[in-house]
Design a protein around this ligand. Structure first.
Ligand code: BG6
Length: 298
């Protein structure tokens, strides 16, 4: 079993353990005195997070398929190396290939301050199969301390510059979508995907009253997710991203999605550290780009 081999090489007693899960996928379970997280090696996707004995922070659809070739619906999908549909080839997968690729373990370690770290690498053969992406490397560092931090590093090993997009597409679990607010995007312009990408202005905090799919532009701000019904607030900060995406499919769209429970929309909201087609990052030969997101329980 793969998890047995991984435990011998990378397991750390009491902190990091590999286990086999649904559909034969392997998962890394990490924990410290402050909390715990679970990461699927398929997709390099965090599927569970709990901090300070509070309730789970991430939402995963109960109908999510854990099937190779399909994205896990929930947790923190890694969108890369483009966000949304591919700009010129509609046959390429939405949100890129990282979330439907296998990832391998590069390293695990314990750091000062009771931090646990796992470093994963996206399947190089899968990346190399993508025209123009051969030789580009993708690594994800996941650190559980008092917070959970993800650092997604794109390394350009090519002789020419590359243009990369993507997102840390985090699904947060909420008690009731009607009773949450997202602060931190006040006085910011956004493109409303549900209204022909019209540019609009966000006056105050964001509340949710229907399907929402927005790209907030030129923002590096922290977001605070206030969940009144759960009496919980989370800080979601980011680096290496100028766009924050907010998404909730609401009733009709979620009913259309086979892997989305019909009322699932009431219990989730996506706050995404994104690099969209608007602001894709150019990475010079030999350079890296790091996209990060940190989740803090307030
Ligand atoms: C969001 C996009 O990031 O992801 C939405 O802004 C999209 O337009 C959503 O519907 C979910 O995408 P997918 O491919 O996971 O169904």
């Amino acid at each position: 079993m793969l998890s047995n081999v991984l435990n011998v090489q990378y397991g750390i007693q009491g902190s990091i353990e590999f286990k086999e899960g649904g559909a034969g996928f392997s998962f890394v379970h990490i924990k410290n005195a402050n909390g715990e997280a679970v990461i699927s090696l398929y997709g390099g996707q965090v599927t569970h997070l709990q901090l300070k004995d509070d309730e789970p922070i991430l939402w995963v659809s109960p109908l999510s398929e854990f099937t190779p070739g399909k994205a896990i619906r929930g947790g923190i999908p890694i969108c890369w190396p483009w966000f949304g549909p591919h700009s010129s080839d509609p046959l390429l997968p939405q949100h890129g290939i990282a979330r439907i690729s296998n990832w391998s373990v590069v390293n695990t370690c314990l750091l000062e301050g009771d931090q646990v770290r796992v470093i994963l690498r996206c399947d190089q053969d899968r990346i190399d199969q993508l025209a123009k992406w051969e030789g580009v490397e993708l690594e994800l560092s996941i650190t559980l301390g008092k917070t959970l931090r993800l650092d997604l590093c794109t390394r350009n090993r090519k002789r020419e510059a590359i243009v990369v997009g993507g997102a840390l597409h985090t699904y947060f679990r909420v008690e009731d979508i009607h009773q949450i607010a997202v602060q931190g995007l006040e006085s910011t312009h956004y493109r409303d995907k549900l209204d022909q990408y019209k540019r609009k202005f966000q006056e105050g905090g964001v509340v949710f009253t229907g399907e929402t799919d927005r790209e907030y532009l030129d923002t590096k701000s922290d977001c605070i997710l206030i969940d009144k019904a759960k009496s919980r607030s989370l800080k979601v900060s980011k680096e290496g991203s100028n766009t924050t995406v907010l998404w909730n499919p609401w009733q009709v769209r979620s009913e259309e999605m086979a892997d989305f429970s019909d009322n699932g929309f009431k219990q989730m909201v996506c706050i995404e550290a994104a690099i969209t087609a608007n602001d894709e990052q150019i990475i010079a030969p030999g350079e890296n780009h790091i996209l990060s997101q940190t989740i803090t329980l307030l």
